[in-house]
Design a protein around this ligand. Structure first.
Ligand code: SF4
Length: 349
């Protein structure tokens, strides 16, 4: 994932017209109350020491339906944030919201206050899945909102979820394809987790909903990641942030604190197997960027074990000449090949 940095302020459920079946932003954010204007300066002050490393950091309002927050509260937050854009402390403001709360008027207002990126919680592009998960909007709302956000000149972010009630891996891949067609600049992919207090918790306890396994989810999300990146769309988040509140509020679902790492490792495994396809079994030397050595090896060196099962005794070594996302292979025949972990024109649908 890219080195994207935010100073995040959470507004749990602010502006939400109802509670979606999977959602509990208080658990996800670890906050009971939405941030207020005074919290903005405090958050920037806390983040200041780390900002030198991230000159492109943005102030971000997450966890609710920002554009549906009562207007006075919304502008209060933006007024508190704008000076930090004007004095160059942050490069812009990022907000996330519902696709059915994005009118041209509110976008014009966001523009005046220095907002640069709007993220839409699309979650699925299947009307039935949206309805069954009580989203309260349609796929057409996502398309309309994305067009408005782009037309207004914002960076467009889209968020999708895998493993939703009533969805399938194939359905998530179709969602990814439809979202990619909307030309987002960034994407976040969240595997479904059953959170305490959500409708999903009741459905899970009643045996009505079973989230997919971690293994299925890693496999799917690795494919989705490759799919977006092959189209030049940055995946800026894969999986939820680990936090004590999430640990306490998570009832079930495919959770791992280093979920993105697991997916990246899976991409290496797929790419290595693709590159070795048709090669005679034997000793293989694989050179990777030093930054990606642990991902290439896999958790507990799992990738080495799986490649061995396929007939290859693979040694993976760091090489500063290899760019991240690429690797160089010496096959048992002595032939050298270079490859990308993202399949050329790779796709999940
Ligand atoms: S998913 Fe979004 S719109 Fe639905 S309740 Fe959560 S924050 Fe609100």
């Amino acid at each position: 994932m890219s080195g994207h940095a935010n100073i995040s302020l959470f507004v749990p459920h602010a502006g939400c017209p109802h509670r979606c079946a999977f959602c509990d932003q208080r658990t996800l954010s670890g906050q009971a109350e939405p941030a207020c204007a005074a919290d903005v300066a405090r958050a920037v002050a806390r983040a200041l020491p780390g900002l030198k490393k991230h000159p492109q950091a943005e102030l971000a309002f997450f966890g609710g339906s920002f554009t549906a927050i009562p207007r006075a509260e919304m502008t209060g937050l933006l007024e508190a944030a704008l000076p930090f854009v004007q004095n160059g402390t942050v490069s812009g403001i990022r907000v996330s919201t519902r696709p059915d709360a994005v009118e041209d008027g509110v976008l014009a207002l966001l523009k005046r206050y220095g907002v640069t990126a709007v993220e839409l919680g699309a979650q699925s592009m299947d009307a039935r899945v949206l309805e069954e998960n009580r989203r309260g909007h349609t796929p057409e709302d996502v398309v309309r909102a994305a067009e408005r956000v782009r037309r207004a000149g914002f960076s467009l972010g889209l968020q999708m979820m895998t493993g939703m009630y009533g969805d399938t891996a194939r359905g998530a891949e179709e969602t990814a394809a439809r979202l990619a067609a909307l030309g987002p600049d960034t994407v976040r992919i969240y595997p479904a987790l059953v959170l305490r207090g959500s409708a999903w918790e009741r459905w899970y306890r009643a045996g009505r909903y079973r989230p997919p396994s971690l293994e299925e989810t890693v496999e799917l999300c690795a494919r989705l990641w490759a799919f977006f990146e092959a189209r030049g769309i940055r995946v800026i988040r894969l999986g939820l942030h680990a936090s004590p509140e999430l640990e306490a509020g998570r009832v079930a679902g495919p959770w791992h604190p280093a979920f993105g790492e697991l997916c990246r490792s899976r991409l290496f495994l797929h790419a290595a197997l693709r590159t070795l396809a048709g090669a005679a079994p034997g000793e293989v030397l694989l050179r990777v960027s030093p930054r990606e050595l642990s991902q290439a090896l896999g958790q507990r060196r799992q990738n080495l074990a799986l490649l061995q099962q396929a007939g290859y005794r693979v040694q993976i070594v760091p090489d500063a000449a290899v760019r991240p996302g690429m690797f160089a292979v010496r096959l048992p025949s002595g032939e050298e090949r270079a490859a990308s972990i993202h399949k050329e024109g790779g796709g999940c649908s």
